[in-house]
Design a protein around this ligand. Sequence first.
Ligand SMILES: Cc1cc2nc3c(=O)[nH]c(=O)nc-3n(C[C@H](O)[C@H](O)[C@H](O)COP(=O)(O)OP(=O)(O)OC[C@H]3O[C@@H](n4cnc5c(N)ncnc54)[C@H](O)[C@@H]3O)c2cc1C
Length: 418
Amino acid sequence: MLADIIVVGGGASGMMAAGRAAELGADVLLLEKMPRLGTKLRITGKGRCNLTNVADLQEFIAHFGPNGRFLYNAFSRFFVEDLRAFFERMGVATVVERGGRVFPVSNEAADVAEALRRYCQDAGVRVRYKTAVDRLLVEGGRVRGVGAGEAEFPARAVIIATGGASYPGTGSTGDGYRLAASAGHTVVPIRPALVPLETAEPWVPRMMGVSLRNVRATLYVDGRPVASQFGEMLFTHFGLSGPIILTLSRHPALAARPSPDTRIEIGVDLKPALSDEVLDARLRRDLDTHGKRAFRSIVKGLVPAKMVDVLVELSGVPGDKPAHQITAQERARLFALLRDLRMTVVGQRPLREAIVTAGGVALDEVDPRTMESRRVAGLYFCGEVLDLDADTGGYNLQAAFSTGWVAGESAARGAAQG
Ligand SMILES: Cc1cc2nc3c(=O)[nH]c(=O)nc-3n(C[C@H](O)[C@H](O)[C@H](O)COP(=O)(O)OP(=O)(O)OC[C@H]3O[C@@H](n4cnc5c(N)ncnc54)[C@H](O)[C@@H]3O)c2cc1C
């Protein structure tokens, strides 16, 4: 049966596209390779789904880097307030948290996924699960449908919403890049973005599981500070993770190391709220007031328990040395560690562990007003399959929702005319 529109992929952008197109009257078939919709969406924001951010438009776009310009049009049609109102209508009230991040009040990412599934269902979208599209049917410069194994599905328009290539267990295995390339599209080489970093120092894994809030991490390239982030981070068995580390991981120096000899480091200021004078005064006071206590016990009052032994060792001060015997030099060494705990970055974790995939369908071959391909008539793209990626904070999902909305609307209008 000929569908008006086939949407390939039932993630954040695909459900939005399918629901919107069906709401406008199109006959929509949504093909999803997994047994359910929105698998990735359900694990976003540590299961809470940071669905957007209340940053103003300019700042919002800046979080995508230079490619963010592509989004002006989509955001002028469907942006943060529209998205929040949409979910409110679907019974998912949202709340703004630290850093302008927006979450469902229920703190359940599944509620967001279910709301989108219901949106599709109510609008009459037909869904076919466990259907992995492996080819596009194109004739005379116009899309005619898709193929999945033995089956062929004819359609007037096709929307590719297959996501990126990270967290492949969620179904996002990069199929859309292959489909786009087969239709003559340029695919900007994909690479991990928002990815944890591996470090060299053997003492880092000893602090595994320690989560630090309100710290400042600075990225150094050959000793020069190039970027800095304030917030939350985490020590892991391989190195560093957490929001501020993921954000720093998008820096070009990490995406493509300028040379193999380039020295890349992360320095963590464990006490960024305290000026040098105040921090030094705090150390002096601690050492003076608790003169009989061991140095280790002083350090214990300053950092999480799992960091104490590491910091004591790095300071070179015997842990059992009484505080009143600590020299000015030794105090300075502790000060330096608290101000700048330096670690050498030896690599990024692989693409499958990245929160988003950078690279993708080249933006100059897609019309930003409609999301339609400039190569093949009736073919549309939305979401992470496009060459778009942003910092953490809800920006990536808003881009998926907005481009999905526009692709659905344009494809429905195209179908109505043709
Ligand atoms: C752990 C984690 C946490 C995240 N947290 C956040 C967050 O809090 N906020 C935020 O803004 N972003 C977050 N992201 C990023 C965000 O989830 C993605 O950018 C977003 O889901 C992209 O939407 P999409 O629709 O393009 O792709 P996806 O949501 O990945 O959906 C793609 C869908 O297409 C299907 N598919 C793929 N190939 C085929 C095929 N050949 N045939 C049929 N179906 C196919 C897949 O099964 C999948 O269901 C997170 C990502 C991860 C991995």
